[in-house]
Ligand binder design. Structure first.
Ligand code: ADP
Length: 619
């Protein structure tokens, strides 16, 4: 009731209102269902209000006259009916009203449950889509588990509570309000007397409800602890058994198990007490109303039937109020969940299309970085005034010590982040003036760790260009030098990666990843070299594949092992976000700068001179 739900639910009111605004478009889509269910709710309340009236009529029109003048059963039943006929009508009325009330309750429950589920299912879909759009800088600050919990747990929580607490609460409050209205209309003084129990009600449910709620919370926490202990022990059962730790774990577990039992019993006891208190309070209110009401009946200001209605309303309207504290607690908890959902939905993706953004054309000639400055965090400098120019057919090797900013260049190119200062241009147009979707479609990436999904090899390759034909898949596999080993497998392109993941070698995985990049037919190619070195045969095949792939493309290679760099490749040597050297591989080696030093340490370790490595990488 108004008095007691205030502290909990009203606190969450702003959130609830915010939620309503946020979800309004989704709710609107279910408006017919919501309207229909609201109609059912109103009908339900109406029938509930009507329920005691047939009995009242029978009392006033049939039984009372009989009591007053025995032998002549009320000759003046309403509607000119004989008393027996009137009795029959009332009896049928009782059944009809109950049936219609049950029907409306059913429709209201199913309707709201359906609408709520649909809205929240849609919301979950949006949340998932939204999370995929949010920038990497957002994801790097959030814990994955937390986001997953929001998608699955929080939405589920809100859905559950809307259906099992919010709607019943609305129904109960509406019933209470309408019944109080009718009571005031019938006799406002008696209604006020009945209402005198409200503060007592508020007090007892708030106190007991609050305690129940607190115990329930402790209990949930305890269950979590038990789950964690069980998972830990079962997960490391070998250690536990070999060190004979069973007894210790058993004791810890059973202590928690016992506390859980104690708290469970306590919660049950308290809620039984709450129910008992409610019933006693209703009885007290009933007794007081009966006392004063009976005098009104004797004074003939009220009929006995009306008194019956009064008493029955008191019971029907107030009994569900014992659940109010429970509902309110759950609703404010759901509001917290809702807040977590809205928080994600309201985070706008940082990388968005500017108004008037254009598509990136399928064939590109040139790519430039102009004094690009960037940091992942405000105070950090990951790139410091980087300039670079790359033309079609050219391979740019990004080299430098770990943490120099090689990956960052690629991240900016993919527009996973935007530069803080400076510009990145493709064919003279700022990246930010292109649509993000086409930009990423025009870039094929072969990552350092080839990520293969647990689907067939064919699908793994086709992921590069959804909707690709069989011919395209095979052509891409041929370019990637992967066709031979794939067809040599018993199930060929249908081989499931998950099934025989361990039998696909690292080099083969790499070539599948290259095929996935090849099928994209993207004008920009990015290869993040694997750090683990491949065997000679695989290295030769991968290089050949890349040579074919980089033709007519703008290619970037993040080189870790400099032994693969070709003489003609343009090398960008980075250190601490600054380009310290730039030039072809051969030029830089003669310059004897930091690149030459690093080459001597890593790539040049085999003692070969640059000229002897003419076949090394695509050029
Ligand atoms: P490289 O690829 O040359 O090893 P990166 O481009 O990955 O180097 O990193 C450049 C700098 O940016 C490093 O100092 C690194 O610690 C920092 N950095 C990289 N990624 C992030 C990130 N997500 N958040 C904060 N700092 C990052």
């Amino acid at each position: 009731m108004a008095g007691k739900k205030k502290p909990t639910v009203s606190e969450s009111m702003p959130t609830l209102r915010q939620m309503l605004v946020r979800f309004w478009p989704m709710i609107r889509r279910q408006r017919w269902l919501v309207l229909g269910s609201s109609g059912a709710l109103i009908a339900e309340v109406g029938f509930r209000v009507l329920e005691p009236w047939p009995l009242a009529f029978v009392f006033d029109a049939v039984i009372m006259p009989l009591a007053e003048t025995p032998g002549t059963p009320g000759s003046s039943a309403p509607g000119g009916l004989s008393p027996m006929a009137f009795l029959g009508v009332c009896a049928v009325g009782v059944v009809l009203i109950a049936a219609m009330r049950a029907g409306s309750t059913y429709l209201r429950r199913v309707g709201f449950a359906l609408a709520g589920s649909r809205v929240l299912t849609q919301c979950r879909g949006e949340l998932f889509a939204h999370l995929q759009r949010l920038s990497l800088s957002y994801h790097s600050t959030k814990r994955t588990g937390d986001l997953v919990t929001r998608i699955i747990g929080d939405i589920g929580q809100v859905k559950e509570v809307v259906i099992t607490a919010m709607m019943p609460m609305v129904a109960h409050v509406l019933t209470l309000v309408v019944m109080l209205g009718v009571m005031v209309w019938m006799n406002w003084k008696l209604a006020l007397i009945g209402l005198a129990i409200v503060p007592m009600f508020a007090l007892s449910t708030k106190r007991l409800g609050g305690r129940i709620h607190k115990i329930a919370r402790v209990q949930r926490q305890r269950k979590g602890e038990m789950g964690a202990t069980a998972a830990e022990v079962i997960g490391s059962i070998k250690t536990v058994q070999s060190l004979s730790l069973e007894e210790i774990h058993q004791q810890a577990f059973s202590a928690r198990n016992k506390s859980d039992l104690r708290e469970g019993v306590k919660a049950k006891r308290l809620s039984a007490r709450l129910i008992g208190t409610t019933d006693v309070l209703i009885a007290i209110a009933g007794a007081v109303v009966l006392f004063f009401g009976a005098r009104l009946v004797l004074d003939r200001t009220m009929t006995p039937g009306e008194l019956l209605v009064f008493l029955s309303y008191l019971k029907t309207a107030f009994r569900p109020m014992k659940n109010m504290a429970k509902y309110a607690g759950r609703i404010s908890k759901a509001a917290a969940s809702a807040e977590r959902i809205v928080e994600v939905l309201d985070t706008t993706p940082e990388i968005t299309n500017r108004p008037g953004a254009v598509d990136v054309p399928p064939i590109l000639a040139r790519l430039n970085f102009e004094a690009v400055e960037f940091g992942y965090e405000p105070a950090q400098v990951a790139l410091n005034g980087v300039n670079l120019e790359a033309d079609r057919g050219q391979v740019i090797v990004l080299a430098g010590p770990s943490g120099a900013g090689k990956t960052t260049i690629v991240n900016l190119l993919l527009r996973l982040y935007d530069p803080r200062q400076g510009r990145i241009l493709i064919d003279g147009v700022d990246l930010r003036d292109y649509t993000v979707e086409t930009l990423r479609r025009r870039i094929a990436v072969v990552p350092q760790e080839s990520v293969l999904f647990a689907v067939s090899i064919r699908d793994n390759i086709a992921y590069g260009a959804p909707g690709a034909s069989e011919e395209q898949v095979i052509a891409a596999a041929r370019t990637a030098r992967a066709h031979e080993f794939i067809t040599a497998m018993p199930r060929g392109y249908d081989t499931m990666v998950g099934e025989r993941g361990e039998t696909i070698s690292e080099g083969q995985r790499q070539r599948i990843a290259i095929a996935r990049a090849a099928i994209r037919e993207a004008p920009i190619l990015i290869l993040d070299e694997p750090t683990s070195s491949l065997d000679n045969e695989n290295t030769r095949l991968v290089r050949g594949a890349l040579r074919d792939l980089s033709r007519d493309r703008i290619s970037f290679i993040i080189a870790h092992d400099l032994s693969t760099v070709h003489d003609d490749n343009v090398v960008l040597f980075l250190d601490h976000g600054t380009v310290v050297e730039q030039g072809t591989h051969a030029e830089l080696l003669t310059r004897d700068g930091p690149y030459a030093a690093m080459y001597a340490l890593r790539g040049g370790g085999d003692g070969r001179r640059p000229a002897e490595k003419a076949h090394a990488l695509p050029g």
